[in-house]
Design a protein around this ligand. Structure first.
Ligand code: PEP
Length: 253
């Protein structure tokens, strides 16, 4: 059985002091919780202090993004080596806000996936369709392209180290979550595609998370489905009670 994974994406929210407060409270609240992996992705400026707070706890640290070169003249960018240096074990890659607002491509996602695996950082690769693509019947084709280019050229040893997050763009930050049936359909498609087209072994339990307006009211309904291995949570991860409730609903009883 795969351990569920819940990731809190704090996006561009929280100054250092409230970020540290929230991290401390999470450490306290989750001290006795087991059976779920919990990761938080604060903004870059809070990674180091938050990393210090959570380092002896069960929480792990993630970056929200990075550049795929190790160092050099890339003004304004952050290297994955820098994220690792401050304690990150995971990084989001290809979040739809990066793709839609900052023009990130599937080819760039692929470079980042390889770089992350080389450095021993777990890549959380985000895929998902826009509302226009869904309405045009292009959901599966969109995800297929994102997977085939984004995950190209991984070796058999590298494949199990991935996490995939299915995040329909129309559900992110809108308050409208995908239904469990919609999520299950896409997760099954992704799993089949990984095995049949990308050569993943069936035994490899790549975790596929759902993200898009997950909150404490809908998390149980979504996370009790065996096809849904966890959640990538934006807005609701900024609230201690909501995030803890979501984490609790991910634990298999
Ligand atoms: C996200 O940031 O990946 C996300 C799913 O946001 P929200 O939960 O706010 O929709």
């Amino acid at each position: 059985m795969t351990t569920p994974l819940v990731i809190g994406n704090w996006k561009m929210n929280l100054l250092t002091a409230p970020a540290c407060e929230l991290a401390k409270s999470l450490v306290d609240q989750l001290a006795d919780v087991s059976g779920v992996d919990v990761v938080i992705a604060p903004p870059f400026t809070s990674l180091y202090p938050v990393g210090q707070i959570i380092k002896s706890s069960r929480l792990c640290l993630a970056g929200q993004n990075f550049y795929y070169e190790s160092n050099g003249a890339y003004t304004g960018e952050v290297a994955l080596e820098m994220l690792k240096d401050v304690g990150c074990d995971y990084s989001l890659i290809g979040h739809s806000e990066r793709r839609c607002l900052f023009g990130e491509s599937d080819e760039g996602v692929n470079k980042k996936v390889h770089h992350a695996i080389d450095l021993g950082i777990t890549p959380v690769v985000c895929v998902g369709e826009t509302l226009e693509q869904r309405n045009a019947g292009a959901t599966l084709a969109t995800i297929e392209t994102q997977l085939s280019i984004g995950l190209a050229d991984l070796s058999q040893e590298e494949k199990p180290r991935l996490v995939i997050a299915y995040e329909p763009v129309w559900a992110i930050g809108t308050g409208v979550n995908a239904t469990p049936e919609q999520v299950i359909e896409i997760h099954k498609f992704i799993r089949k595609y990984l095995v049949e087209r990308l050569g993943f072994s069936e035994e490899v339990g790549v975790r596929i998370l759902y993200g898009g307006s997950v909150n404490s009211e809908n998390s149980e309904q979504l996370l009790r489905e065996k096809e849904i291995d966890g959640a990538l949570v934006g807005g609701a991860s900024l609230n201690l009670e909501s995030f803890c409730a979501i984490i609790n609903s991910a634990i298999e009883i």
